[in-house]
Design a protein around this ligand. Structure first.
Ligand SMILES: [Zn+2]
Length: 146
C-alpha cells in the first residue's frame, strides 16, 4: 500500500493537544478521513479515526457513552467503570474505525502524516496561506494514546 496523498487541516488552538485533522489517500483510490494529529508526551501522535463506545441503560435501554453518569434518556443513575480496561488498566472509551494491523504500516502512516503536518505548519507561516478545505470532525481527543 502506498500513501498517495495526505491533506492536513491545522487546528488553531494553542492550548489544545489536538494539532490537526487529516485525510489520507491510499494507492490513489481509497481515502480515510478524520485522522487526528495529537501532541502527546513523546511527540506527535497520529490517532486513527475512532468513535466513542457506548452501552445501554439497564433501566430503559437508552444508549449512553461509557463515561455518562446518568442515562440521557430516563435519567437513571448508571454504574461507574463500565468501560473495559486495556492491558495497562486504562479504560477503553474509544474504538478505532479504521487502523493499520501491523507496526510497519502504522510507522508508514505516522511518518507520512507527520511529514505532511510539518510541511503544512511551514506553509501556514507564509503570507497568503489558505488552509485546505475540510469539514471539521468532532474534536474529541481519544484518551488511549499508545
Ligand atoms: Zn435509561
Amino acid at each position: 500500500m502506498e500513501i498517495s496523498e495526505v491533506r492536513v487541516k491545522l487546528v488553531d488552538n494553542k492550548d489544545d493537544r489536538l494539532k490537526a485533522f487529516c485525510s489520507v489517500t491510499m494507492d490513489n483510490e481509497f481515502v480515510v478521513r478524520d485522522i487526528k494529529i495529537i501532541e502527546g508526551a513523546r511527540g506527535l501522535f497520529v490517532a486513527m479515526p475512532s468513535r466513542k463506545m457506548s452501552d445501554h441503560c439497564p433501566k430503559c435501554g437508552g444508549k449512553n457513552h461509557l463515561r455518562a453518569r446518568f442515562c440521557n434518556n430516563c435519567g437513571a443513575t448508571l454504574p461507574e467503570n463500565r468501560a473495559r480496561k486495556d492491558a495497562k488498566g486504562r479504560m477503553r472509551l474509544h474504538a478505532d474505525i479504521a487502523h493499520p494491523i501491523n507496526a510497519e504500516c502504522r510507522r508508514k502512516i505516522q511518518e507520512k502524516v507527520s511529514t505532511a503536518f510539518n510541511e503544512e505548519v511551514e506553509r501556514s507561516k507564509q503570507p497568503g496561506y489558505t488552509p485546505v478545505e475540510m469539514d471539521t470532525p468532532d474534536e474529541d481527543v481519544p484518551e488511549i494514546i499508545s
